[in-house]
Design a protein around this ligand. Structure first.
Ligand code: NAD
Length: 394
């Protein structure tokens, strides 16, 4: 079967398995090229199949030399139909880890459910030495969440709060820059977005693990957030998603209190803007990232998920016993993105960029490539005219 990208907006409906394999291998090669990090041996990653979670798992497995359990929700390949990109990513990660003698086990299911949390406890008991974990990375991004208690399904929205947002955005497939206007969210939409993307489920995970005695003394847990510059605030930091991230920080403090008896700690890490399935769906963000990538590359500061996650462990969390936070107790991986000289150049370009000049002013073609890469396409080391035998790719 010859597999070509087929897409609608920010969803690509086809997946190229050999390209996904190279994406995973490339991240492993990156971490293997760096120094090993003196960190803990048992790691659970929730949201481990794509984006930041996959990179965190790879950085843990190859950087910390940790055994990992990954939890994710992905579509399996069946009956000559390809699975989702994250499903292949995980298969290739597990196969490679096994070959390299690194232990890895996974759960494919709804992390918001009680059942999957229960399965994770069982797997930690049977799979992790001593039946405990030392680090839990919570990296879920989802448009919906079914509440395990009430059964109610919540949907998240990306909207401003309080006022209409009017500003620039780009269709990254066509390069057309236009003005968009997004109406503010109502109270119900704000509440549902917090229910999906806030810290409620993270706290349920940590509670479950704590009650099950599955956490080692000194356990660390991390979840991810974004702040970004002024031009993205209305739609991100001050919008519905920002409300959810504020809740994540509140819950982090509550988790921290819960863990104090076992010397554990909880942190929110503020990460850099990167191209993932989640970020490409947020208006304004693709235009901002296209400008950001160009400037950060020119300055030799460019990073993707894997560079960020390696730096998270090696510089911020497991750096000789010192956990490096800002004054508010957050881990800051957005330090390079938020450098004064980077942001002032973006701001200058932001005011000038339009459909006619976007190709010169930004890295829009790289954004597009990165987007297709998430699904295994747009790699120069893969022959996309070659037949892919779905029975052989695993
Ligand atoms: P992503 O879409 O690449 O990954 C989401 C992961 O969550 C996948 O592994 C997916 O399988 C899993 N998942 C989704 N719903 C699930 C469910 N019900 N059960 C189990 N697993 C489920 O997203 P990402 O961009 O890597 O985002 C991860 C975190 O990082 C989010 O909190 C996001 O806000 C944050 N973050 C992202 C960026 C960015 O630019 N992408 C920047 C800063 C922070």
């Amino acid at each position: 079967m010859i597999i070509k990208p087929r897409y609608r907006g920010f969803i690509c409906t086809t997946v190229h398995p050999p390209g996904c394999r190279r994406n995973v291998e490339e991240q492993i090669e990156y971490v293997k090229s760096k120094d090993r990090i003196g960190g803990p041996p048992r790691v659970l990653v929730v949201g481990a199949s794509t984006g930041y979670g996959l990179a965190a798992r790879i950085a843990a497995a190859y950087g910390l030399t940790a055994g990992t359990i990954g939890v994710f929700f992905e579509k399996s390949a069946a009956n000559q139909k390809t699975g989702s990109a994250g499903w292949y990513n995980n298969k290739y990660f597990e196969a490679r880890a096994e070959k390299d003698g690194i232990s890895a086990a996974s759960i494919n299911g709804d992390a918001f459910s009680n059942e999957v949390k229960e399965q994770a406890v069982e797997l930690i008991r049977s799979f992790m030495p001593g039946g405990k974990v030392d680090l839990i990375v919570y990296s879920l991004a989802s448009p919906k969440r079914k509440d395990p208690g009430s059964g109610q399904v919540y949907s998240s929205v990306i909207k401003p709060v309080g006022t209409v947002y009017t500003g620039k955005t780009v269709d990254f497939h066509t390069g057309i820059v236009s003005d968009i206007s997004v109406d503010p969210a109502n109270e119900n939409e704000i509440g549902e977005t917090v229910a999906v993307m806030g810290g409620g489920d993270w706290k349920l995970w940590m509670n479950k693990m704590y009650q099950a005695d599955a956490l080692s003394d000194g356990v660390i847990t991390l979840a991810f957030s974004y702040i970004g510059p002024e031009m993205t605030h209305a739609i991100y930091k001050d919008g519905t998603i920002g409300r959810a991230k504020a809740d994540l920080e509140t819950k982090s403090k509550e988790i921290n209190d819960m863990l104090s008896g076992i010397g554990g700690k909880s942190f929110v890490s503020i990460n850099k803007a990167v191209v993932t399935q989640s970020s490409s769906a947020i208006p304004v963000v693709p235009l901002y990232i296209s400008l950001l990538f160009k400037i950060m590359k020119e300055k030799g500061l460019h990073e993707n998920c894997i560079e960020q996650m390696y730096r998270l462990f090696s510089e911020k969390v497991y750096n000789g016993g010192n956990i490096i936070t800002d004054a508010s107790g957050r881990l800051r991986l957005d330090d390079l993105e938020m450098k004064e000289d980077v942001q002032s150049e973006i701001l200058k370009m932001w005011n000038k960029v339009d459909t006619d000049n976007i190709c010169e002013m930004s890295d829009i073609s790289d954004f597009r490539n990165e987007f297709f890469r998430l699904f295994g396409f747009a790699r120069s080391d893969i022959d996309y005219e070659a037949d892919v035998n779905l029975e052989e790719v695993l």
